[in-house]
Ligand binder design. Structure first.
Ligand SMILES: Cc1cc2nc3c(=O)[nH]c(=O)nc-3n(C[C@H](O)[C@H](O)[C@H](O)COP(=O)(O)OP(=O)(O)OC[C@H]3O[C@@H](n4cnc5c(N)ncnc54)[C@H](O)[C@@H]3O)c2cc1C
Length: 323
């Protein structure tokens, strides 16, 4: 049976959400086309991680070696090349993350694989892989049919598939040998640098209160912060707010910021431009406050308040602070 191979991504001993998103995409395509799914786990002392992957794929391939203890493009390329040559998968999935952007083009060049990056949907028809990706900053969805090939390499956009879905698998764990490390270019892992304290990971927040240009002036930001504090939310923003340096760039949601999937996303004074929507439209519940009833954000919001946020916020804060 042909196989879909996904490269499991992990950091500091934790599997990243993108790993389960890729497995969800792989299992969906696999079910429809009779393809098995395998997760490739590269690392050192990763036994805890393979256990977590077992339930989400047909096979976990573990390559353990001290050289793989931390991400390094040189070692990862050799390791992935070894696995691809060994397994000959029809499709290889890599996350469109900092690691994937580093690795996927180099891997494609090395093995002459057809590559499409930053995809949000996959399909297979008559042996041809179809992919959906967004172009012009998310303004247009482009459906591409790839030329028939024995192998395809695809990187998937984070936040496009559900990492939480129960996959109902019970894969075997198989160890595969690491390659002989030759011709390494000498890149070295020096250390892991934690994000600065002011840098909150908005992608990890369950509730986001997000402010846009409609906040008007920086003096109004405390109104949003107090509301966020009252409901246990983290503050994020649209691009103009980050451009004005009213909030750090790390808080920006959208195509040139972060992709988020919180349980609740509250958009305050955000029009809902496609570049912004692309980063938050997969939130479970979207609530918009905007004084313009025609603002595009209302097209994707589950609940909305048409009003001036400066008037609305103190009322909401008072309401929730009492709870
Ligand atoms: C290549 C590229 C990448 C981009 N990347 C991003 C990105 O990552 N993230 C991003 O957000 N944008 C991005 N943009 C910018 C994007 O196109 C929009 O310009 C931006 O999202 C608009 O931000 P906004 O909604 O805060 O502001 P606006 O579009 O100006 O909307 C402000 C909204 O606030 C409402 N409002 C005003 N006053 C009040 C009030 N008192 N009470 C309630 N509502 C009020 C208005 O009705 C309006 O709907 C990008 C653009 C380009 C070209």
């Amino acid at each position: 049976m042909d196989e879909i191979l996904i490269l499991a991504e992990h950091r500091q001993g934790e599997l990243r959400d993108i790993t389960f998103e890729m497995l969800f995409a792989a299992n969906t395509l696999g079910r429809e086309n009779d393809l098995a799914t395998a997760a490739l786990l590269l690392g050192h002392e990763t036994s805890g991680l393979s256990g977590k992957l077992k339930g989400a794929c047909d096979r976990v391939l573990v390559m353990e070696d001290p050289e793989l203890a931390h991400y390094n493009a040189d070692q990862y390329l050799m390791a992935l090349e070894t696995a691809i040559k060994d397994r000959k998968p029809l499709l290889i999935l890599i996350g469109h993350t900092a690691i994937g952007m580093d690795l996927a083009p180099a891997m494609a060049a090395r093995l002459s694989l057809p590559l499409v990056t930053d995809c949000v949907h996959l399909s297979l028809e008559d042996g041809r892989l179809g992919v959906l990706r967004q172009i012009y900053g998310g303004k247009i969805n482009a459906q591409l049919a790839m030329k028939p090939s024995d192998h395809y390499l695809i990187s998937l956009r984070t936040g496009s598939f559900d990492p939480e879905v129960e996959q109902g698998k019970s894969g075997d764990v198989e160890t595969i040998p690491a390659p002989a490390w030759t011709n390494l270019r000498g890149r070295q892992f020096l250390g892991y640098v934690e994000a600065e304290l002011e840098d909150v990971d908005i992608a990890a927040a369950d509730i986001l209160v997000s402010i846009g240009r409609g906040i008007g002036k920086p003096e109004n930001i405390p109104l949003a912060q107090e509301f966020a504090d009252a409901i246990g939310a983290t503050l994020s923003c649209s691009r103009p707010v980050a451009d004005e340096e009213w909030l750090p760039k790390s808080r920006q949601v959208g195509t040139s910021g972060k992709t988020v999937r919180p349980k609740v996303y509250i958009a305050l004074g955000i029009s809902g431009a496609y570049q912004h929507q692309a980063g938050m439209k997969n939130a479970d519940t979207i609530i918009a406050v905007n004084k313009d009833p025609m603002a595009p954000i209302f097209a994707i919001a589950h609940y909305g308040i048409v009003d001036d946020l400066v008037q609305v916020l103190p009322v909401l804060t008072e309401h929730f602070a009492k709870k």
